[in-house]
Design a protein around this ligand. Structure first.
Ligand code: ADP
Ligand code: MG
Ligand code: MG
Length: 883
């Protein structure tokens, strides 16, 4: 078996599509080498070795060591140096690389191959003793930390001591002799900690590092991350061993990271950061403030530090060429890592870059314009969920702002929250229903749960590519990073900036688009849907079959829905209209009435209000279909809960408070979800159905007269389980329609349908369809009733069900295709048999969930209906489902 794949010198044994075998990093190093980019030579130990390692009591295949030796010899040939040679030593890095990039894996070890002898060789060969000792120092520190597990800070302390002792400010102020002395301290530290000397044999070092990569596959952090992201354990990780190039050999050296386009805005400009005379992850680690690549970016951010374009223009141009070549080759925006050694450029990594959804849209559109991808490809490139980000509010431009500091605009969107300083506090207070803003000096993978719980994230250190920035963009959380003027005091739980002290629990607002940090809660406004967004949506609309409607009852929601491209209202929950203003009083009067007459009197008060609501709604929807659901919840939901409210109501209605309490007690249900609600209630009190039908028809006719365009209303009867329930209501509605026609001389245009939200309704769809012109799958209730699971009580154990793999996902968030889905399929099929062409739709949370929308497409439903803000997500998901 071939366990090792070499790359370098313009060729490679692997290539980009071998990511499963070589891991993402290894496959792309091979690919870059193949297309002639300057990649230091190296080799990849395959993921199959990892699998073998765990299947065979942590041992390697017999052929491995021979293949590694051969591959190492190839590197030696290309570089012209020998691993372990005291005069001319080859140094390598050892890098982990799973199929999907994965935090929690072993950190990269650089400068491997150095020991007390080779370091002298390196000093002579490079003519720079300081560089050689510094490299050895870094190596001992990294190797001891990631392979031997000696704590990092112990070395940092020794380094600080040494700096203090000789009066150095920066690491770079230490001389060769200082570093040499420090090396002795480092080695002594290792001996004290481990009772063993730091390994001097380069081969032993190499196999130690390789073993550490494989071991890191099973660390707690890696295991948790895999569970969270559903990465199978069998995948394993690869190990990359690569010849070192040095960004720390002087001022003609540098190291950096870049995106081929701006990952924040998507603009087609080169965006990156670099550090002169630095190595490895110095840029990301926030040790020094990184410098920008281009003059334009430098000026844009008002940075005083010179851009790479100015400092080393030739290398910059070369890097810019690589950028264009990579984009054309991968046909996507790339995230790259590079090092410059004595004026020569080396590429160390490339992968498809993470981006904000705003950037994703702009890049996809631009790439269509540039002829790189098709419109359909552009539509497929946008993660529907990610649209959430750009549909989020911005700061109200006219609002007053008290800006106290400015950092980098790391992830767009505006957010306010109360300040917390730890991830645990963020999570705890968010669970208590508070909006929190997580403030950290910098973040690490341990903070992810807090970042998730927070409205936004503010860090005082780190650039646009820092952990906080990258993770926040991925999550769609607004983030301002590197706000260096802010002093955080974790102990006191405060931060201070320009004379202002902000305490834990104080409100602040951040604008992740500008980097501004403000005191208090600044009001926000809804986003404008820019040109590129419109283009993607247009292409999506051209590709999709499913219609997309919105769940809306208020004029604002309806307007938002239309603005977002809804093609009608799929669910107007009329009961929401009963809570507003004095309507609730009339509603309560109706509920408390002794008899039908009393109820009719109260309903007569509600009728004009309800009619006015429908008039407004129909006008906003201007001819688009509107599905109005008749009263659904149990009556006691409308009664007051607090004693004071009972007394107030008694006063308003002029009845004794005890009477009201008595009625409330009467209406109490043990299991209201399965109780007297929906069409059961309407069948008990048909006058409610009558009033609502009248309000709908009168409103429709009025709007028809005013606008010349009578809306098509769909009257929907909820919670039907028995055909007769629907038939009786149908008779009432039809009678009202005739009455209205007689009174107005105009014929209402309408359809009558039902929700399918009980398993019995799905099973009896054949007969129910006789009385229904449309079905709307109310998948919230259908999920509850199919599982026999109350949504409100399920949270206590659904989480553990997911963790233990009993359920793959929360069935209230993503439709359970197997069970609930089968009922939908049955109902659709039987309904169509009775009434070919019966209109079928879905409303409820699932209508805005891409995976569920995919199912709706497969089942051939006519439309999905979701909350207004999810309409664009649904439009895009529907397009992707049919492409
Ligand atoms: P990560 O997966 O955390 O990004 P990498 O393996 O990419 O880790 O290594 C991190 C950094 O180490 C790289 O960006 C690069 O700067 C440096 N590095 C890795 N290998 C080499 C090498 N052979 N020569 C010089 N620098 C290297
Ligand atoms: Mg790393
Ligand atoms: Mg990397």
């Amino acid at each position: 078996t071939k366990w090792v794949y070499s790359f370098g010198d313009g060729t490679a044994e692997g290539q980009a599509d071998m990511r499963n075998l070589l891991g993402g990093k290894g496959a792309n190093l091979a690919e870059m080498s193949n297309i002639g980019l300057p990649v230091p030579p190296g080799f990849t130990v395959t993921t199959e070795v990892c699998t073998h390692y765990y299947a065979n009591e942590k041992s390697y295949p017999g052929e491995l060591s021979g293949q590694v030796d051969e591959a190492l010899a190839k590197i030696e040939d290309i570089v012209g140096a020998k691993f372990g040679d005291t005069a001319n030593p080859l140094l390598v890095s050892v890098r982990s690389g799973a199929r999907a990039s994965m935090p929690g894996m072993m950190d990269t070890v650089l400068n491997l191959g150095l020991n007390d002898e080779t370091v002298e060789g390196l000093a002579v060969k490079s003519g720079d003793a300081r560089f050689a000792y510094d490299s050895y120092r870094r190596f001992i520190q990294m190797y001891s930390n990631v392979v031997l597990e000696v704590e990092h800070h112990l070395f940092e302390e020794l380094l600080e001591n040494k700096k203090e002792e000789v009066g150095a400010v920066l690491d770079t102020d230490l001389t060769a002799d200082d570093l040499k002395a420090l090396l002795a301290d480092y080695k002594k530290l290792v001996r004290d900690e481990l009772d063993e000397d730091f390994p001097q044999d380069p081969k032993e070092q190499l196999w130690g590092a390789v073993g550490a990569v494989f071991s890191s596959w099973m660390t707690h952090r890696a295991v948790v991350y895999r569970k969270l992201h559903k990465i199978p354990e069998e995948w394993g990780t690869a190990v990359n061993v690569q010849a070192m190039v040095f960004g720390n050999m002087g001022d003609d050296c540098a190291t950096g990271v870049a995106f081929t386009r701006d990952p924040s805005t998507g603009e087609n400009i080169f965006y990156g950061e670099y550090l002169v005379n630095a190595q490895g992850e110095d840029v990301v680690a926030g040790i020094r403030t990184p410098q920008l690549l281009t003059i334009a970016a430098k000026e844009g951010q008002g940075s005083d530090l010179p851009a790479m374009e100015e400092v080393m223009p030739e290398v910059f141009n070369q890097l810019n060429d690589v950028r264009l070549k990579l984009e054309r080759h991968y046909v996507d925006m790339q995230d790259i890592e590079f090092t410059v050694q004595q004026g020569k450029l080396f590429m160390l990594q490339t992968r498809n870059g993470k981006r904000t959804s705003q950037a994703a849209i702009k890049i996809a559109c631009d790439m269509v314009t540039e002829g790189l991808i098709s419109q359909e490809q552009a539509v497929m490139r946008i993660e529907p969920q990610s649209l959430d980000q750009i549909l989020h509010p911005r700061l109200d431009p006219s609002a007053e702002r008290k800006v106290i500091a400015k950092g980098l605009p790391a992830s767009p969107g505006a957010a306010s929250g109360i300040v917390v300083f730890t991830a645990d506090d963020a999570e705890r207070r968010a669970n208590d229903g508070e909006k929190v803003m997580m403030v950290r000096i910098e973040t690490s993978p341990e903070d992810i749960h807090g970042m998730h719980a927070a409205q936004g994230i503010l860090t005082t250190r780190g650039g646009m590519t820092s952990h906080a920035a990258v993770v926040a963009r991925g999550m769609g959380r607004p983030c301002v990073s590197g706000a260096g003027s802010i002093q955080v005091d974790y102990k006191a739980k405060t931060f201070t900036v320009s004379g202002v002290t902000v305490k834990e629990g104080d409100w602040i607002t951040i604008d992740g688009g500008s980097g501004e940090i403000m005191l208090g809660q600044v009001p926000t406004v809804q986003p404008e849907l820019s040109g590129d967004f419109g283009r993607i949506m247009e292409w999506a609309d051209g590709a999709r079959r499913l219609k997309v409607r919105a769940n809306a009852e208020t004029p604002e929601d309806a307007a938002t829905a239309r603005n977002f491209g809804a093609e009608g209202i799929g669910l107007c929950r009329t009961e929401h209209m009963f809570f507003e203003g004095d309507r609730i009083v009339a509603m309560r009067e109706m509920i408390l009435a002794e008899d039908e007459d009393g109820r009719r009197k109260a309903l007569a008060k509600i009728l004009p209000m309800q009619k006015a609501d429908f008039v407004e709604l129909f006008k906003i929807m201007a001819g688009l279909p509107v599905t109005v659901r008749l009263l659904d919840p149990p009556l006691h939901e409308f009664l007051p809960r607090e004693k004071a409210d009972f007394d107030q109501l008694a006063q308003d209605l002029g009845v004794p408070a005890e009477k009201i309490q008595q009625r409330a007690a009467q209406l109490h249900e043990f299991n209201p979800m399965l109780g007297h609600r929906g069409c059961r209630l309407l069948n008990s009190y048909p006058e409610i159905c009558e009033m609502q039908a009248r309000a709908i028809f009168e409103a429709a006719i009025q709007v028809g007269e005013e606008t010349g365009d009578q809306p098509v209303c769909e009257v929907m009867v909820p919670l039907v389980g028995i055909q007769k329930e629907l038939e009786l209501m149908r008779a009432v509605i039809e009678r009202v329609a005739e009455d209205v026609e007689r009174e107005t001389g105009k014929k209402p245009v309408y359809q009558i349908g039902t929700m399918i939200e009980l398993p019995r309704a799905a099973l009896r769809a054949t007969t129910i369809a006789e009385a229904a012109e449309f079905f709307s799958f109310g998948t919230n209730d259908l999920t509850q009733t199919t599982f026999g699971l109350s949504r409100d009580d399920a949270t206590s154990f659904l989480g553990s069900y997911e963790k233990r793999g009993i359920l793959k996902h929360d069935p209230f968030a993503t439709l359970d295709k197997e069970g609930v889905g089968e009922l939908i399929e049955i109902a659709a099929e039987r309904g169509r048999k009775t009434r070919p062409g019966i209109k079928l739709g879905i409303c409820g949370e699932h209508g805005g969930d891409p995976a569920s929308i995919d199912f709706c497409e497969e089942t051939g439903l006519d439309y999905v209906s979701c909350s207004p803000f999810r309409v664009p997500i649904a439009r895009l998901a529907a397009a992707q489902a049919s492409i």
